[in-house]
Design a protein around this ligand. Structure first.
Ligand SMILES: Nc1ncnc2c1ncn2[C@@H]1O[C@H](COP(=O)(O)OP(=O)(O)O)[C@@H](O)[C@H]1O
Ligand SMILES: CC(=O)OP(=O)(O)O
Ligand SMILES: [Mg+2]
Length: 439
């Protein structure tokens, strides 16, 4: 039996889960901590041990200003918990798996040593909100847990099956090949977890399961899954392409960069030894998205304001809406429009063979308002919502555990509409437990 730590450094949060696992067996979670709100202070810590919520909401902004400090706070919390002796002795941790968003051409998890580390460092500029942070956490772990094996698990791995005509950009192919310019795709650990969980829920073999899945969090993407494998996804060479995110523009006309301002081609003052980022990349990655439209990265607030505004308009009490509400309504409508654009396109690329539309990620799992607006717009493709199930979320009565997948579609209608409580940490722990190389 081994103890596995799984670390997931997202763009607005860091999640850390602890598992016990046998070689080749399914990992069993024993604790979970999370620091969220890194881009919408205050940063908030949550910590659960088994089924006990030890810390439900603790503001930690005084100690946390980035992913590395968030990881340090979570680790201290676990180590200081007198009722959780499992990681008091650091030698007891056998494997630490790390979510690395951009894994280049790697098609399986890699043990970290000097060579893999250097290889991954060279990819930092292709995932400027993620890779350098994850490598920083790996360095911390090598110092703090010298006995543990560190394993890199890649968001891009699941998308290795995207066919050539979809992953190729129509540019000079000599340049494309020498600079490895192609669609890689991300959120793959999440899509892999979603595909397995939904196939089980639908009682279908994995290789016969076809889905349109949406991972909607601070970074948002869509994925067309055909026969259990990634067929297309909305992110590309970097996690900037496709849907807008909290601070990311998503796809825009590439020429916009040349018309934005005259100095956007220069290196940003935020460039470091780890990350060479131009002002243009910094603006599109960190100063755009729904934050640029509304001033907040919190999509919950945007959805609530948009719903209120919609209600007011339908009851014809329009009156003068304040600017803040108008901006939030614009951001909400824009995000719904872009999501529906991908659903339509993926429905066609999958030739209508779709078992379910699946919502996941912080927004997909929690925003019934977003789900309702999206499903309403794509009802022409046959998707229908059960409004009651949608607003109830995954809650169960009489203390029953929240399910991993829950159905929010209308009875008797296909394709289904589902919500999946995705778990990238579990997916990493599973990949590590089943690979003999890491034991
Ligand atoms: N009730 C809610 N309704 C809509 N959005 C929410 C709600 N709660 C959280 N969110 C959104 O979820 C996002 C975090 O999603 P998550 O997938 O956990 O983040 P990350 O991209 O950092 O991994 C937050 O930025 C917030 O906008
Ligand atoms: C790839 C990506 O955007 O990840 P996240 O949503 O966790 O920031
Ligand atoms: Mg995430």
């Amino acid at each position: 039996m081994a103890t596995i730590l799984a670390v997931n450094a997202g763009s607005s949060s860091v999640k850390l889960s602890v598992y016990m696992a046998e070689k080749g067996g399914s990992p069993s979670q024993v604790a979970e901590a999370q620091v969220s709100g890194l881009t919408a202070p205050p940063a908030v810590l949550k910590y659960t041990r088994g089924h006990v919520i030890v810390i439900s909401h603790r503001e930690v902004s005084d100690k946390v200003n980035d992913q590395r400090s968030a990881f340090a706070v979570m680790l201290d919390t676990l180590i200081d918990d007198a009722d959780f002796p499992l990681i008091r002795r650091r030698e007891d941790i056998s494997i630490i798996c790390h979510r690395i968003v951009h894994g280049g051409d790697f098609t399986k998890p890699q043990l970290i040593h000097d060579h893999t580390y250097d290889h991954l460092e060279a990819l930092n500029d292709l995932a400027p909100l993620h890779n350098a942070n994850s490598l920083g956490i790996i360095r911390q772990c090598c110092d703090w847990f010298p006995h543990a094996r560190n394993v890199a698990c890649f968001d891009s791995q699941f998308h290795a099956t995207i066919p050539q005509h979809i992953r190729t950009y129509p540019i000079d192919q000599t340049v494309a090949q020498s600079n490895r310019l192609r669609k890689y795709g991300f959120h793959g650990l999440s899509y892999s977890f979603i595909t397995r969980s939904v196939a089980r829920h639908l009682n279908k073999p994995l290789h016969e399961t076809s889905l349109i899945a949406l991972h909607l969090g601070s970074g948002a993407s869509a994925c067309a899954i055909r026969g259990g494998q990634s067929w297309d996804t909305s992110m590309g060479l970097t996690p900037l392409a496709g849907l807008p995110g909290a601070t990311r523009s998503g796809s825009v006309d590439p020429s916009l960069v040349f018309h934005y301002a005259s100095d956007v081609g220069r290196l940003s003052p935020a460039s470091t030894r780890d990350l060479h980022i131009s002002r243009a990349e910094e603006i599109l990655n960190k100063e755009a998205g729904w934050k640029a439209l509304t001033g907040t990265t919190d999509f919950g607030k945007i959805a609530a304001a948009a719903a209120k505004s919609r209600k007011r308009r339908s009851s014809e009490e329009e009156g003068d809406e304040d600017e803040d509400t108008r901006n939030k309504r614009l951001a909400f409508d824009l995000v719904v429009d872009r999501i529906c654009g991908f659903i339509g396109s993926y429905y066609v690329t999958l030739r209508g063979q779709v078992d379910a539309l699946v919502f996941a990620g912080g927004i997909g799992e929690r925003s019934d308002l977003l789900r309702a607006a999206v499903v309403d717009q794509v009802s022409c493709l046959g998707f229908r919502l059960n409004e009651e199930a949608n607003s109830a979320g995954g809650k169960r009565e009489n203390g029953e555990e929240e399910p991993v997948v829950w159905d929010v579609g209308k009875e008797g209608v296909t394709p289904r509409v589902l919500v999946c409580k995705t778990d990238e940490q579990f997916e990493m722990a599973r990949l590590c437990a089943e690979d003999e190389e890491f034991w």
